[in-house]
Design a protein around this ligand. Structure first.
Ligand code: NAD
Length: 479
């Protein structure tokens, strides 16, 4: 019996279209960011292949949409079980293509199995809106049709899984496109689904940015669920407008973490620090600005500086590594550019880091920046990398205003021993999620999304599931 080929250099990665593998005439190199060299090939879907995937999804919609939530839940549970059997294989590929430590890739893969089950545990039911002397009025939710999912490269699997679980559980079928930087683990997810889901229910096609654009223009796709940068999100919304596709956009952020006077520094500093440096700072809801009251400023800057110096940075396969490389050259150069700009700011202090590592791959030393102005690029833009500005403030009103003075509004956190005061400050922050004494994370039952230019609409939770369905009012006279 031939043994399965696990070597990514020789193994063929294929799209999943109508439940079957498909290759393309052209392939793209997939680069290992820990060395900056290609290690595998990924097929680049043609427009015809996208058409085939959409047609297959439309055919499958007829019967999939008629199943009950309970029947679709059973399928998603089987899918989760099959993913659990492949967690290690897929995590190895995820680390190779994304760069994150293997333990984090394992966590992401286990999260995939968990989320497939968690979303399908949420009850979605029709509602009675009114019964009066003359009428009964019901609100009925219908599946929308074919969902196009477009995912980024920072958490390819978990963000893809949110899309799959929400779309499929609510009775839609789907075509999912991973980022061209990190397509392989998602293609493997498609392979796993081939044996579990009816053909056409879940299609995975890989390709470049043009493929994403074709999806937003495609007349056979009814809804787009997009996660990525704000700049691309605007293009997606503009393109989807032509056919009035339903859209949710999960975009960038510039999250503030606000320490109050009474914060317990020993317990919160490591949490805020990891909230900024986890996944090499490449998280939409990473801590991207820390606001510290004057009296704690020097302690916090010193504490973060030591933590940054002690963080183990390296190839995701090295033992005990805590932070890998930036995921791609474009992001690596963008972060180095922001560091260059930071260096030019008056009276700024880069207390540690501020340079790339002297080794191949896209590595930047964990960097702490003090005494920087709110007008600098590092504070105003989404750095999406391992560089953290620490900002000093005097009053609560001042810090609330500065925290809100951004075009983004994804998440935020307030750190304090007085949780009621923390909740009061939290309500004043313009962001879709604000935690007290916590930062980073999403839960299947809690709606997630951004204020302002961090997004449009909400996914996750009942609100998110309902956004994958069309609500319909049925008004019936009483006999
Ligand atoms: P990106 O916008 O460059 O790419 C995202 C996806 O869009 C990729 O699959 C890409 O191929 C595709 N794409 C590119 N151009 C397109 C077009 N014109 N039409 C349709 N699709 C197109 O984002 P990225 O660099 O992969 O991801 C990083 C960004 O994602 C950061 O800004 C981060 O904050 C954001 N993000 C947001 C969330 C959230 O939930 N809010 C989560 C993770 C990442």
């Amino acid at each position: 019996m031939p043994t399965p080929d696990h070597n990514p250099e020789t193994r063929e990665f294929t799209h999943t279209i109508d439940g079957k593998p498909a290759s393309s005439p052209i392939s793209l190199d997939v680069i290992n960011p820990a060395v900056g060299e290609p290690f595998a090939k990924c097929p680049d879907a043609t427009k015809d292949q996208l058409d085939e995937a959409v047609k297959a999804a439309r055919r499958a919609f007829k019967s999939w949409s008629k199943l009950s939530f309970g029947e679709r839940r059973e399928y998603l549970h089987k899918f989760a079980e099959a993913v659990r059997e492949k967690v290690e294989d897929m995590a190895i590929i995820l680390t190779k293509e994304q760069g994150k430590p293997l333990s984090n890739a394992m966590f992401e893969m286990n999260g995939c199995a968990h989320e497939l089950e968690a979303f399908s545990a949420i009850e979605v039911s029709n509602q009675t809106l009114r019964v009066d002397a003359t009428h009964r009025v019901e609100l009925i939710y219908h599946p929308m049709g074919v969902v196009g999912g477009i995912a980024p490269w920072n958490f390819p699997i978990i963000l893809g899984t949110h899309k799959i679980a929400q779309a499929l559980y609510t009775g839609n079928t789907m075509v999912l496109k991973p980022s061209p930087y990190t397509p392989l683990a998602t293609l493997m997810l498609g392979e796993v689904a081939r044996d579990i889901l009816p053909p056409g229910v879940f299609n995975v096609v890989a390709g470049g940015n043009a493929l994403g654009q074709w999806m937003t223009e495609h007349p056979g796709i009814d809804r787009i669920t997009f996660t990525g940068s704000t700049a691309t999100g605007k293009k997606v919304m503009a393109s989807a407008a032509a056919s009035l596709k339903r859209v949710t956009l999960e975009l960038g952020g510039n999250d503030p973490a606000i320490l109050l006077d009474d914060a317990d520094l020993d317990s919160m500093m490591p949490k805020v620090f990891m909230g900024a440096f986890m996944n090499c700072g490449q998280i939409c809801m990473a801590v991207k600005r820390v606001f510290v009251p004057e009296k704690h400023y020097d302690t916090v800057v010193d504490g973060f500086t030591k933590m940054a110096q002690n963080l183990k940075v390296g190839d995701g396969f090295e033992p005990d590594v805590q932070m890998g490389p930036l995921q791609n050259q474009m992001q690596f150069e963008k972060v180095l550019d922001i560091i260059d700009d930071t260096r030019k700011q008056a009276s700024v202090r880069i207390t540690t880091g501020g340079h790339q590592l002297n080794r191949p791959g896209y590595f930047i030393a964990p960097t702490i920046v003090a005494d920087i102005s709110d007008d600098s690029r590092l504070v105003k833009e989404e750095q999406f990398g391992p560089v953290l500005p620490v900002l000093k403030y005097k009053t609560i009103d001042e810090v609330v205003e500065r925290a809100n003075s951004t075009e983004y509004g994804l998440c935020a956190s307030v750190w304090t021993t007085d949780v009621n005061k923390g909740a009061e400050v939290a309500e004043r922050i313009e962001a879709g999620t604000v935690w007290v004494n916590h930062h980073v994370g999403s839960e299947a039952d809690l709606p997630f999304g951004g204020f302002k230019q961090s997004g449009v609409g909400r996914e996750l939770g009942l609100m998110g599931l309902q956004s994958f369905m069309e609500p319909q009012v049925i008004k019936v006279p009483l006999q």
